[in-house]
Unconditional design. Structure first.
Ligand code: FAD
Length: 150
């Protein structure tokens, strides 16, 4: 088994085949990591959420990190770490085009809205909560890959 660095187009290939990333956010020296669905159109990851801890933390500290992993049948894996900056796509004049773009990109995936649109405690407050779109602008990216040398 050897580990090699992946180039930009190899990283892009891993991202193109993935639907779920681990999104790492932080506030006051406390990291917080959750899985999220995403759609990617370089240089942006687009995603969707309801109000909650991760969006609050990203509003306070827009510097985030995403991890996208891919495993093959054997021992081989590929992973991409993307460093970027959170930006909300508010439901306001001036943002319609970007929101529509996020919606159409995410809408290509079946049931993309389910995990982000549900909370553990159902009820009027959860159902009535606004749906938020955001994007992560990728500022840098690294990729590593294991290759079975046997
Ligand atoms: C495959 C997959 C895809 C997902 N896709 C999306 C998506 O596209 N958009 C989206 O918004 N969410 C998605 N989720 C759910 C997401 O991982 C979070 O659980 C959810 O967004 C709530 O995050 P929050 O910060 O708003 O939590 P809040 O509702 O504000 O709750 C915060 C509290 O709940 C705990 N908590 C939150 N989420 C989790 C969790 N997953 N596991 C354990 N503890 C948790 C935190 O530690 C904290 O104590 C996905 C989950 C999975 C498994």
């Amino acid at each position: 088994m050897i580990i090699r660095e992946m180039n930009k187009s190899e990283c892009a290939a891993v991202i193109a085949q993935a639907r779920v990333a681990r999104l790492a956010v932080s506030r006051e020296d406390q990291p917080y990591l959750v899985p999220v669905h995403f759609a990617y159109a370089a240089p942006f990851f687009y995603s969707f959420t309801m109000p909650g801890q991760k969006i609050e933390w990203m509003r306070q500290n827009p510097k985030v990190c995403m991890l996208i992993e891919q495993y093959s049948a054997g021992r081989e894996w590929r992973s991409v770490v993307a460093y970027g900056r959170f930006e909300e796509l508010p439901d306001r004049i001036g943002w319609k085009r970007e929101r529509d773009h996020a919606w159409s990109m995410l809408g290509k995936q079946a049931s993309w809205w389910e995990p982000g649109g549900l909370k553990p405690v159902p009820g009027p407050s959860a159902n009535a909560a606004e749906h938020l779109f955001y994007r992560i602008e990728v500022e840098s990216m690294t990729g590593r890959q294991s290759v079975d040398a046997d």
